[in-house]
Design a protein. Structure first.
Lengths: 96, 493
């Protein structure tokens, strides 16, 4: 069994491959989203503790910090995806 | 209290945005100017030092600092942004949205330059770059939007890998604070993380050969925005590299690779400038070349040299872009042979002063900055002087073209560039440069080199203007992947 961190790295690399090989801008935006999902998986895996408790008044908590960091990254992600798609739209039918 | 520096432009960005729904757009420019200039007051009132925001212990809080490294960059950013703001209020008369985005870049940059915490650094760098993506495409021209798209994709890819490297460091040390990270003994994983972070920051700083996005983005942005980009936005990732070199170990092999990259960036930029006929692309390639100098300071573990050069580059490149902007916006053309500063004596004097500053001639700010870099350079001084001569030759070319022809009076548009030229002169004196015989040799060498190249007809070569296609993103991503592997390999060697 692979752990979440390794799986995250693999997903990131798949996204990187997409960005290298796909010429369609929509697919490029999707690829960069795959990279970010891999990153999020990596961080969530990093905070996970086997059999850990939720981090409110805990005895053996999981690490909540990576999850909060990823919330911030997700916000950036949403904003950028919208911006990239808007730019593709502005290019008319030529790119899509 | 240091965090107030960032809070002011952020608050005023919000207030400026509020004028749109309240239908009070005519007041937006005043709010913008207050937001742009009020951080000066905060900066001047604050002493040097560091603090954890909210008074938490270091482990749980976010540390910000205003020490010798940060304060010089913050000062440079404040000077540049004041000039850019002055230009912007006349340039963006009706577009309140551009003013909001500019204030966000301002906040992002100030936040980046004071941060001592990896994730906080990333967030502020990202605030600055996300606003930059939107600003590049602001004019709505097809070419500008395509340049913005390319910049967005490549920069974002690098950002994700940077966050990934932060994740590795956090996983291994349990800290995000750089001071605390530096106390943990380095392991294989941390060295790998440093390599990943460096590769990402190299792309974001526009170092050759990962510079693909830079000339397009910086040349197609609106004039004041170009000045802010070339002057300050590329310094944010450079500051990140500096933080890494200050707090984490850089293996010898990695430093050598950075040294090679720095020199190749310096020479590539000069070569591209000599054959470039578009004034804004010319200056953008010059940024690629000048970022090589900053990287040189980082690669030779000479943080003060890197900071001095970054500060100097903020002043003269920002100023040059502003003076180019004044000419371009009057003539509505970007080709060198259609532009001239002959109509405006102020613009002419300030452009020549800034050209001398970028060549590192006393008494301008480039001179002490180059001296500081040379102090840390163990070998390769001849290459360093050669690159300086190339820079002077290409700026002789710029001034040669601008001397010819007939231009119009720029009026108030010339003022920001005059401000920057005076700042470059004053900063040169206060950083304590001294006149050197080398300056004269370099100036003469640059002029002779220019004349030789002109006589040989090499300057007549014009690169064909290429369309920006999604294929560029593929190329950039492939190069980035290659660099990731290369630096990873070197970090373990």
């Amino acid at each position: 069994m692979i752990n979440a961190e390794t799986a995250g790295i693999i997903v990131m690399l798949i996204g990187l491959y997409g960005l290298i090989s796909k010429e369609n801008p929509i697919k490029q935006v999707l690829s960069i989203n795959v990279v970010s999902l891999g990153l999020i998986l990596f961080f969530i895996g990093a905070g996970y503790v086997e059999g850990g408790d939720f981090p409110i008044m805990p005895s053996n908590p999981v690490d909540p910090l990576p999850a909060t960091l990823m919330l911030t990254t997700l916000v950036v992600d949403v904003a950028i995806t919208a911006l990239a798609l808007a730019m593709i739209l502005r290019n008319g039918g030529e790119w899509a | 209290m240091i965090a107030v520096l960032v809070a002011i432009p952020l608050l005023f960005a919000f207030l400026t945005a509020l004028t749109i729904p309240l239908r009070m757009e005519k007041y937006a420019r005043y709010l913008f100017l207050v937001g742009a200039l009020l951080p000066w007051l905060a900066y001047l009132l604050m002493g040097e030092g560091s603090e954890v925001v909210g008074g938490w212990p270091r482990v749980g809080g976010i540390e910000v600092a205003l020490d010798i490294y940060s304060s010089l960059l913050v000062l440079g950013e404040l000077i540049l942004f004041s000039a850019v703001a002055l230009y912007s209020v006349t340039y963006f008369k009706k577009e309140v949205k551009a003013l909001i985005l500019l204030l966000l870049v301002h906040a992002g940059l100030l936040g980046t330059f004071i941060s001592r915490d990896l994730f906080n650094f990333y967030i502020f760098m990202e605030i600055a770059s996300v606003s930059s993506f939107a600003l590049v495409g602001f004019s709505g021209e097809k070419r500008a939007i395509r340049a913005a798209y390319k910049y967005l994709m490549l920069s974002l890819l690098a950002s994700y890998f940077f966050v990934f490297s932060i994740g590795i460091i956090y996983l291994k040390t349990g800290y995000l604070n750089l001071e605390l990270i530096s106390q943990v003994s380095p392991s294989t994983e941390i060295r790998a993380a440093v390599a990943l972070a460096l590769a990402s920051l190299l792309l974001k700083a526009g170092i050759f050969p990962l510079h693909l996005w830079l000339p397009d983005a910086h040349a197609n942005a609106p004039s004041p925005v170009s000045a802010l980009f070339s002057g300050a936005v590329v310094k944010a990732p450079a500051y990140g590299m500096l933080l890494l070199s200050l707090y984490l170990p850089l293996p010898e092999s990695l430093r050598n690779a950075l040294l090679v990259l720095a020199f190749s960036s310096m020479f590539f930029g000069v070569g591209a400038m000599l054959v470039e006929g578009d004034v804004k692309r010319f200056l953008a390639y010059s940024t690629v070349s000048q970022m090589g100098y900053v990287l040189l300071g980082i690669a030779t573990l000479n943080p003060l040299g890197a900071i001095y050069y970054a500060f100097a580059h903020m002043l003269f490149k920002g100023g040059l872009f502003l003076s180019a902007g004044a000419m371009v916006d009057k003539a509505k053309a970007r080709e060198l042979d259609k532009l001239s500063y002959r109509g405006d004596i102020l613009l002419m004097v300030s452009t020549i002063m800034l050209s001398l500053a970028i060549g590192g001639i006393w008494p301008f700010v480039g001179s002490p900055a180059k001296a500081a870099l040379l102090k840390g350079l163990p070998y390769g001084r001849e290459l360093f002087y050669l690159a300086g001569m190339g820079t002077l030759a290409s700026f002789t070319k710029l001034n040669y073209y601008l001397m010819k022809g007939r231009g119009e009076e720029s009026g108030t548009l010339a003022l920001p560039s005059v401000m920057m030229a005076l700042a470059a002169l004053l900063a040169g004196f206060s950083l304590g440069g001294s006149p050197k015989a080398m300056d004269v040799y370099l100036l003469l060498g640059g002029a002779v080199l220019f004349l030789l190249l002109k006589a040989s007809g090499l300057l007549e070569i014009r690169l064909e203007k290429r369309e920006i296609t999604p294929g560029d993103v593929n190329l950039g991503a492939a190069l980035f992947a290659l660099f990731l592997l290369l630096l990873l390999h070197l970090s373990q060697g």
